[in-house]
Write a protein that binds this ligand. Sequence first.
Ligand SMILES: NC(=O)c1ccc[n+]([C@@H]2O[C@H](COP(=O)([O-])OP(=O)(O)OC[C@H]3O[C@@H](n4cnc5c(N)ncnc54)[C@H](OP(=O)(O)O)[C@@H]3O)[C@@H](O)[C@H]2O)c1
Length: 287
Amino acid sequence: MIFVTGASGTNGRPLVERLRARGVALRLLTRDAKKLDALRGAGVEVVSGDLAEPASYAAALRGCERAFLLSAVSQRIAEQEGAFATAAAQAGVRQVVKFSANGADPKSPYALGRMHGQAEAAVAASGIAWCALRPTFFQQNLLWAAGSIKKDGTFRNNLGDARAAHVDVRDLAAVAAAILTAPIAAHAGKVYELRGPEALTFAEIATLFTQVVGKPVRYVNLTDAEYAAGMVRAGLPEWLATAIAELAAVARDGSAARLNDHVRTLGGKEPTTVAAFLAEHRAALVG
Ligand SMILES: NC(=O)c1ccc[n+]([C@@H]2O[C@H](COP(=O)([O-])OP(=O)(O)OC[C@H]3O[C@@H](n4cnc5c(N)ncnc54)[C@H](OP(=O)(O)O)[C@@H]3O)[C@@H](O)[C@H]2O)c1
């Protein structure tokens, strides 16, 4: 039995699909069980609970051999994930696969890197066998540009001419599912940077958008402050908008452009190219 947090989200859904296809018994955590009703059935249980309240899920960890730990971005990731790993160890869970982020480091100069770095340290401190998945930017984020592409053929971000190897969350799910079904010792203490197959600039991605939608799409570079202000106008809290804008530093320092073969060797699949991803999602980008 595998306990899955974040099961209703962008990464959780394809992971659940992969694990179900392997016939693994699952226990899915959500704050809103209605979201996962359709998944209930043979081998899949849904439990209501909140990572912010360990008492809400601690009993449900009993009987699970492994856990996938994904938190939504929050200022309490380290505290919540440390508490989760401790509760998991006490319940007899033998492995936690922590969904982290590129550049996770307690001393990172940017907030999301620090939060995930501190969370990794908190999970490690629980003493449980664990490993970390550190993806770079998701290809799915590129669909956030659908509105401006339809409106005026632009695509706005703050990465300048830096390169980043955007990765498809379905490729992350393939890696996570493989690790969650492999011998636990094979991945204990390991950290995997997870990347797409090519490092592209946003100007190059704009060219791919152009080819897919069939009209010119232009990349407009924003300053970090302009990019953050746009997210605040769209309703994000200021700390989160600032933290997301800061992430451009990961691309500017070149670390988001490093490539590796983990999707193929661990996940057993060809990594998705940005061109293939955009072509598959054309319907969301036109109209
Ligand atoms: N976007 C990127 O490019 C990127 C890159 C690298 C790493 N990351 C990391 O990816 C993670 C986000 O992954 P995602 O995009 O798959 O998430 P998502 O789509 O935003 O979904 C968040 C999930 O977390 C669950 N959740 C939220 N608050 C919860 C709580 N208090 N207790 C229990 N569950 C809770 C939600 O479940 P319910 O609503 O059902 O409870 C939902 O399933 C973050 O840690 C982020 O730092 C993102």
